[in-house]
Design a protein around this ligand. Structure first.
Ligand code: M6R
Length: 614
């Protein structure tokens, strides 16, 4: 949940550290800090708040010119242990200020380590779990032996970590380690970079090494040495990262979220490319993914994910049931991993994740792997941990998603689930050729349908003003409209801080109807279809209690115009993929509500993009 960046080279690194960490701010942004080891002292500067605040603070020090400041580590925090404060922000230093550490993850046995270190006479300045690492490493440290000290300290800790460590007695060295929290190394022309993910590195180099669990690396000058958990040397294989720096810029949009909403047609086009062809009736999945033997063997599908990915999974369930006739279960990864789920070698477990780093989804995947259950990961972030842990991987190819609120990743997840379901349904003989042709047509039409839907969203800004002072709101839907309603409510609550509940419309009169009054805006997903008349009944029930209806409807729906004037039309015509189209006005609605309420759209309070802790 935190972001780590580090540089080691021969020229001043301070400005580049600050620039780089701002690209990781999506991982956490309640405080930030850096350490520059120098022969005189360990220079550590911290600040509560965003990286921009740290930048201002650092400017008052004279650090930007001297090439002696060529090694450094920097961190942006999402608080787990201890409130956001300067004292709790990273880096944390040992008692002698010789060692400085940045950490992402949770040290689970930090309490016992801390009390035994206190009994040995060490002191602590923060409430964090991370500080024990700094104190422990310094305890074991002897000049010139930084790697040894880190190895010794890591033997004592339980939990998850990605760490970067510097010492002002070895200023040309940086030691990093990884266990259950992501960390990559980038080999630049004359500098080496380390980071939580490749985003801050790609402007310097595309050669990225993905650290595996248990790996520890020592970087001295431009020499990188990596060791496994048994301290055996590992051959480093850099992989080419194709991400472009442009893909992580706002491109003139006010917020990443808005940019990412409008990138959805391209995200879908890229998810389709090479997998769907207009003159073919089968889906082409790369690398023989889900081969015939496996597809014919499975008798159940379990989909796991968290948040938005879980919502995509719920839509996926309806699609899989229809296309494959297999029983499908959708689980919160966090719940699945601590139950005794019924899975075996004939179950297909599909893990969905934008980041590929969500701790709970990784934990659930590990459980499936332990049970020898075939696993497929549907992931957006290239090279992320999940892509290495699952048996097979299908990338959503939505491109980097920076805004905390997931938008284009969601659409691409639904689309990829649709492709997988078609692939399985084809092999299992459930989908005949005509149906496949029709569905392929729908897939190929989706990008233009999304573009058409954007054109119809011009009144959303005005509708957003209805929510300006709202404190509670409901989102209702049926069928795949239900998970989309959940997703709409999640979007609104996370970025505008309005309490929003997604509900199955049929459940309205089983409880939530009691909440409805004239102060309650109710968003209803009411596309034409087999549940339309039922939804109209639900709308009438809300209206009768004075509730304010905002309806998302099929283009040209005249009936709805007699019921409410607050209508958003969707250019629906792509079958069950309409669930992607209806999500778009809800994303835009949340966005404009957050803007009108003056909220921080891309970095909502208390949240982070990548949830790498349980
Ligand atoms: O990276 P993941 O897809 O695994 O993340 C899962 C959730 O944390 C994520 O979807 C979260 O709910 C979003 N902030 C929702 O917009």
């Amino acid at each position: 949940m935190c972001g780590i960046f580090g540089i080691i080279g021969k020229k001043n690194c301070v400005q580049d550290l600050l620039k780089g960490i701002s690209k990781l701010e999506y991982r956490g942004y309640d405080s930030a800090g850096l350490s520059i080891p120098s022969t005189k002292e360990m220079i550590t500067i911290k600040n509560k708040g965003k990286v921009s605040g740290l930048q201002e603070k650092v400017e008052s020090f004279n650090l930007f010119k001297d090439d002696a400041y060529s090694t450094g580590i920097i961190h942006t925090r999402w608080a787990t242990h201890g409130v956001p404060s300067e004292a709790n922000s990273h880096p944390h230093n040992g008692n002698q200020n010789i060692i400085s550490v940045v950490h992402n993850g949770i040290i689970e046995n930090y309490r016992s380590l801390k009390s035994s270190l206190i009994s040995e006479g060490y002191s602590f300045n923060s409430e964090t779990d991370s500080e024990v690492l700094a104190v422990l490493i310094e305890k074991f440290y002897e000049k010139g032996q930084l790697l040894k000290a880190v190895n010794k300290a890591l033997k004592e800790v339980d939990g998850a970590y990605a760490i970067a460590v510097v010492s002002n007695e070895d200023i040309n060295q940086l030691v990093v380690a990884r266990k259950k929290s992501p960390l990559v190394i980038g080999k630049g022309k004359d500098r080496i970079f380390i980071a939580s993910d490749p985003l801050p590195i790609i402007e310097y180099t595309k050669d990225i090494f993905y650290m595996k669990d248990g790996y520890v690396a020592s970087i001295i000058g431009d020499q990188v040495k990596v060791y496994d958990e048994n301290e055996n040397p590992i051959e480093i294989k850099y992989e080419h990262c194709s991400m472009s720096p442009q893909s992580i810029a706002k491109d003139g949009y006010d917020h990443f979220m808005l940019k990412e909403i409008y990138e959805q047609p391209e995200a879908i086009e890229s998810a389709i490319a090479g997998r769907v062809f207009k003159d073919q009736t089968e889906i082409t999945l790369e690398d023989d993914i889900l081969n015939k033997d496996l597809v014919n063997r499975i008798n159940r599908i379990v989909i796991i994910g968290c948040g938005t990915a879980w919502h995509a999974g719920l839509i996926g369930r309806n699609i899989f049931e229809r296309f494959t006739k297999l029983p499908v279960q959708v689980d919160y990864a966090s719940d699945f991993r601590y139950r005794d789920p019924i899975i075996d070698e004939n179950t297909l477990v599909i893990a969905i994740s934008q980041s590929g780093e969500t701790a709970d989804t990784l934990g659930a995947l590990a459980l499936a792997n332990e049970n020898k259950t075939p696993t497929l990961a549907i992931v957006n972030a290239v090279g992320s941990t999940m892509t290495r842990e699952a048996n097979e991987v299908i990338y959503t190819r939505a491109g980097p998603e920076i805004g905390v609120a997931s938008t284009k990743a969601f659409s691409a997840q639904v689309l990829v689930l649709y492709l997988v379901a078609m692939h399985i349904g084809t092999i299992r003989g459930i989908l005949d050729v005509d149906e496949r042709k029709r569905r392929i047509k729908n897939i190929l039409k989706l990008p233009s349908s999304i573009r058409e839907t954007f054109k119809k969203c011009s009144n959303i800004k005005k509708i957003a003003s209805i929510f300006k002072d709202a404190t509670n709101t409901l989102f209702l839907g049926r069928g795949t409209g239900y998970p989309v309603a959940l997703e709409g409510a999640l979007k609104l609550k996370e970025i505008s801080y309005i309490h929003a509940e997604g509900y199955h419309a049929a459940e309205l009169k089983h409880g939530p109807l009691a909440l409805v009054d004239e102060n309650m805006p109710v968003v209803v997903l009411a596309l034409k279809g087999r549940r339309y008349s039922k939804i109209i009944n639900n709308i009438e029930e809300v209206k009768a209690r004075g509730g304010k209806i905002i309806a998302i409807v099929s283009e040209g729906d005249k009936e709805m115009k007699n019921i409410t004037s607050d209508i958003i039309e969707v250019s629906e015509d792509v079958g069950i993929l309409n669930s992607i189209l209806v999500a778009i006005p809800m994303q835009l609605l949340s966005y404009y509500v957050a803007v009108v309420r003056g909220c921080d759209v891309d970095q909502p309070r208390n949240l982070a993009k990548s949830v790498t802790v349980e």
